[in-house]
Ligand binder design. Structure first.
Ligand code: FAD
Length: 303
């Protein structure tokens, strides 16, 4: 069996595996897609000490760093279940295989909820964006829309208003759902327009995004706004569907961890976007992975 088995091969998992291997213990990492969300990223400019890089390049260096250690890498393997029997974790793979480990770290990440309208897929990274911290500066001085009037949408709009020319917030319901204090802040900004009752129907463009079409649900009329960027902010979904109920999660399915990265199950840790940590970034996920790994090592020497 492994001493530490890491489930998920994004920034959090890679960091957890390296920290574990550096303790000289048996370490494995299993991932559906080694690299994780970074593979879908164009430019990365906020990984401190690396001024500018590209996602796939970053993913390759993650993998190279992991391969520098004695770590069993099981890529292109989906995990479908995890159980603890007689103090040993059993991780079940889609292909029927079972991996055993004394402790485990879950770092299966998250995915942005998609709006699912024509143009979204086609213009991804060509004007359609999901992360204002990552991609906001690419739209400096331009007009953008934010789809979603919940906390994340309104926070994104406030953030973007300081960078771009104009922000239009499109909310499907008849009111914004964000906290009052955020709404007040939003309403105080001169370059933000809020459209409620707005059902987005299409993101338009040629090579890049050139506008957004929505139906004003109050009048039934179709409207079109010319702009260069669309931030989809309708929620982030943690990849925890495969996990059973014994592991404590919050109401949106994110794994609840303590300061050591420990879950409610002794010996089971979690790190990165899959947890209830408030901000999802590469640098944060990596720190989280290191922290969970040291937490797991601490657990192993006590048990
Ligand atoms: P992920 O990167 O999501 O990795 C999860 C891993 O788990 C993957 O290997 C996946 O295949 C695996 N996995 C999932 N389910 C299973 C399963 N059932 N079985 C086995 N394996 C599984 N952050 C920045 O800091 N800067 C940026 O510029 C930036 N730009 C971004 C741009 C885009 C388009 C996106 C989508 C995100 C961006 N982010 C950026 C956010 C950043 O990518 C994430 O915060 C980070 O990747 C989270 O790392 P993670 O290891 O927690 O999860």
């Amino acid at each position: 069996p492994y001493d530490i088995l890491v489930v998920g091969g994004g920034p959090a998992g890679a960091s957890a595996a390296i920290y574990a291997a550096r303790k000289g213990i048996r370490t494995g990492i299993v991932a559906e897609r080694f690299g994780g969300q970074v593979l879908d990223t164009m430019t990365i400019e906020n990984f401190i000490s690396v001024k500018n890089t590209e996602g796939p390049k970053f993913a390759t260096s993650l993998e190279e760093h992991v391969k520098d250690y004695e770590i069993d890498i099981m890529n292109l393997q989906r995990v479908k279940g995890l159980e603890k029997n007689d103090g040993m974790f059993e991780v079940e793979l889609d292909n029927g295989g079972v991996l055993k480990s004394k402790s485990a770290i879950i770092s299966t990440g998250a995915r942005w909820r998609q709006i699912g309208v024509p143009g979204e897929e086609e213009f991804k990274n060509k004007g359609v964006a999901y992360c204002p911290h990552c991609d906001g500066p690419l739209f400096e001085g331009k007009d953008v829309a934010v789809i979603g009037g919940g906390n994340s949408g309104v926070e994104a709009a406030i953030d973007l208003a300081g960078i771009v020319q104009n922000v239009t917030v499109l909310e499907f319901a008849d009111t914004l759902k964000a906290d009052d204090v955020l709404q007040e802040r939003l309403n105080s900004l001169p370059n933000v327009t809020v459209k409620t009752n707005a059902q987005t129907t299409e993101i338009t463009g040629e090579d890049n995004v050139n506008g957004i079409t929505y139906i004003d649900r109050a009048s039934g009329q179709e409207q079109h706004i010319g702009l260069e960027g669309v931030f989809v902010q309708i929620g982030l979904v943690p990849n925890t569907e495969w996990l059973d109920e014994d592991v404590e999660t919050n109401k949106i399915g994110e794994i609840i961890t303590d300061k050591k990265g420990s879950t409610n199950v002794p010996g089971l840790f979690a790190a990165g976007d899959v947890t209830d940590s408030p901000h999802n970034q590469i640098i944060i996920s990596m720190g989280d992975g290191a922290n969970a790994s040291l937490g797991a090592f601490d657990y192993l020497i006590r048990n």
